[in-house]
Design a protein around this ligand. Sequence first.
Ligand code: SF4
Length: 381
Amino acid sequence: MDPLEKLRILGPATCYEPAEETTPTGRALPPPQDVPTDLKGCIYYAALPGGRRVPILKTLLTSACERDCLYCAFRAGRDAPRATFNPDELARLFLQLHERGLVEGIFLSSAILGSGPQTQDRLIATAEILRRRYNFHGYIHLKIMPGAERDQVEVAMRLADRVSVNLEAPSSRRLALLAPHKEFRDELFLRLRWIAEIRREMTGRRPSATTQFVVGAAGESDLELLHATAFLYRHLGLARAYYEGFRPVPATPLEALPPTPRIRERRLYQASFLLRDYGFSVEELPLSPQGNLPLEIDPKLAWARQHLQDTPVEVNRADREALLRVPGIGPKGADRLLEARRERRLRDLGELRRLGITVERAAPFILLDGKRPARQIELPL
Ligand code: SF4
């Protein structure tokens, strides 16, 4: 099989592993427009530190797996398209696509071939060839495999801009329902701890770290997922968590389970951004008695309706923390608003709109110079 044929199998196989950029509302960014037809499903956008979006090649190193996770299209024994790159051929193929101007970075994951450490060696070898032989200085996101050794994690972190460990579930109990032969604490969670420790020891450029959860197949609540996410943000410095809604795959043990509605993924992203960027705690999120987010309304709006409807926020006096509680005001908008406020009092919605605030969402929850501006949104602005 030639390398491009392998890529046509191994690129789209990463559809189960989100690594691309999402909007603040949790929608995945569409892939670049100009991707050649034979590379569709292989190229997406990632965001670099600082926010620049770059097209990246997303691929597995191999789809041959020794494990048998219950939901997975590539579980051992299932009839699935299998291919394996050797590190050299994948590095050369990537370089060709890079030289054609199609990609500026790579997300490299893998099924487990042989063992976690053996597969990690191949992922590392690919990144080493790119960095050392081809002097590639662009974006590399490397997956850390279950059971990878600590020194492998360290080497991967020296080569990559981002590393990730797929936790898949928020606890051992839930993981056992998805992947009975994966060990939550020793094979997965411990690697995230190592990443946090190594990041603390590193000087200069430090790679960011992420994780992924499969949502909806293990009966977990949003509360469980968001507690795990909050812990990872707060204690292990994770840059973000990805939520991949379960989709049943034919000829797997979980094929009869219903798919997870996309809207649940979106609500989880929105809630996780509230935890990471807006100063919310899990306890403040508008969760049902069963521990789930409402699907019909975004969590920040639901919180504001409960807490700000009768006590609106005066935008000329509120601190950053209070401004961030208002729907339509994000971290950048809050900073711009605070800066503008140093020079003048803000009196109308047009001024807020020019600062990047979504006034239609903010208006019911704010005061402008002591007055509710809600009716102003009907005026042309
Ligand atoms: S380790 Fe599990 S989830 Fe990963 S490819 Fe193998 S079977 Fe699939």
